[in-house]
Design a binder for this molecule. Structure first.
Ligand code: PA5
Length: 444
């Protein structure tokens, strides 16, 4: 089995039958054959191995330009055009970076992932103190939230630096030909990167959508892609079932779901992985939650959430299972010191590393939850590094494709996300929505 993702399903108590094994292998083969549902969105399957050095170089070159011009780069996007970059950036960042006086990399911040007036006002106010640039990301080029944010950030950049310099400080990532953002980028002369037609938003982290903001932030994108390439090989068609962690994960989820476990909680004892959870929730929720089916993806960050969600997980409705991303080796070493007075009674921990306590918490929780009827899948990664995270992302993507096909849905569409947009546009009197506006307002 691939060393960067070790899957342990012993604590699910599940034996995978030959039938389920065959179904998982067939689902993987279907992905590779390109004959399954949603087969016009399978570009992600071979994305890691198809990214050329030239593409990485072009992304790095553009990132270097933005790095030289700005100390804050605003990355504008939502959903699949936001969460991948955010997840990897959080995983690879020192959470206390802003407290350090010396900043070696520009700060990448996010906008367009909400329509909050206060968030926008506070962002615009904070930007006044910095030299700024922007990356605007939208595959469709028509998504309302990032379009509103970009309008404001673009105006700020143009006001400060003029239109010509704005074209040096704004990069657009969008469809090769379609959408308002493409039209705007062409007209304004912005450097542009393309989101391939056959890669959906939630599978786009290894395209410029994820790679450009990450390169700007100083993340080693070549290592990220390398890790994903290794995982692409480790999960390819023809790999034996037991050697393919994506197939095994998909198979176990399928068995748990059919046995009544409708909610999967992804958790980790490393807070840096919190946004990996958020990225994963979109990946699985949007891919599988359709036709009245699908595991509901939830998440916790541990041990913090043991003090909020712990009671429910241990003792609430028994429709849950959990998947824990366990990091084998912390990057740092911090020892707990002995205290002469021992008023807190913690001297029994003196000399131990904090990670040892964290590990025992993890093992203790695992057994307690299993005893409480919550099956546990453990995904061990050796460390938090670019190549390991790249492998983890691809592992989850591949397992998601297999799992969706095993469930019998098209994992690559998202018809359900359109419903709210129609209502919102009708309520806002968008031209063309006149009839819908009347109808919806009558319901308020
Ligand atoms: O996965 C998806 O397709 C969605 O989450 C989209 O990424 C999200 O709606 C943003 O779309 P766009 O990139 O077209 O602005």
């Amino acid at each position: 089995m691939m060393k960067n993702v070790k899957l342990d399903i012993a604590k699910t108590g599940i034996e995978i039958s030959a039938d389920i094994e065959a179904k998982a292998q067939a689902a993987n083969a279907l992905l590779h054959s390109g004959k399954g549902a949603g087969n016009d969105f399978l570009g992600w399957v071979h994305l890691p191995s198809s990214i050329s050095e030239n593409e990485i170089d072009a992304i790095r070159k553009e990132a270097a330009k933005l790095r030289s011009k700005a100390d804050v780069v605003v990355c504008i996007g939502i959903g699949g055009s936001y969460l991948g970059a955010k997840a990897v950036l959080e995983a690879m960042s020192d959470p206390f970076k802003l407290l350090h006086k010396e900043q070696k990399d520009p700060t990448v911040i996010f906008a367009g992932q909400n329509i909050s007036e206060d968030y926008t006002a506070e962002l615009l106010a904070a930007l006044k103190e910095h030299s700024i640039a922007a990356i605007v990301i939208s595959k469709s080029g028509t998504t309302t939230e990032p379009a509103i944010a970009f309008r404001l950030i673009k105006a700020e950049i143009e006001k400060r630096y003029g239109k010509k310099e704005a074209a040096e400080r704004i990069v657009a990532i969008t469809d090769k030909a379609r959408g308002a953002l493409k039209t705007l980028a062409t007209q304004e002369g912005y450097p542009t990167f393309v989101i391939p037609d056959d890669v959906g938003g939630r599978f786009s982290v290894l395209t410029p959508v994820g790679l450009l903001p990450l390169a700007v932030a100083g993340v080693d994108i070549a290592a990220l892609v390398r890790g994903a390439q290794e995982m692409e090989k480790a999960t390819a068609e023809g790999v034996a079932f037991k050697e393919n962690p994506a197939a095994v994960y998909a198979a176990v989820r399928n068995i748990l779901y059919n046995g009544g476990k409708k909610i999967e909680i992804l958790g980790s004892y490393e807070p840096k992985l919190q946004y990996i959870n958020e990225w994963w929730k979109q990946l699985y929720g949007e891919s599988e939650g359709k036709q009245g089916k699908g595991i509901f993806p939830a998440s916790v960050t541990l041990t913090a959430d043991l003090h909020s969600m712990g009671q429910y997980i241990q003792d609430g409705e028994r429709t849950l299972f959990e998947t824990i991303i366990s990091v084998a080796k912390p990057a740092a070493e911090v020892l707990i010191e002995a205290d002469g007075e021992n008023l807190d009674g913690l001297n029994f921990l003196a000399g131990k590393r904090i990670s040892e306590v964290n590990r025992m918490a993890e093992l203790g929780v695992q057994l307690a939850h299993v005893d409480g009827g919550v099956p546990n899948i453990r995904i061990e990664i050796p460390e938090i590094s670019e190549s390991v995270i790249g492998g983890l992302l691809y592992f989850f993507e591949k397992a998601c494709g297999i799992s969706g096909y095993m469930l019998g849905v098209n994992p690559f569409d998202q018809p359900g996300v359109e419903a709210y947009k129609k209502n919102m546009f009708a309520l806002l009197d968008k031209p063309g929505y006149e009839e819908a506006s009347k109808a919806i307002k009558a319901r308020l």
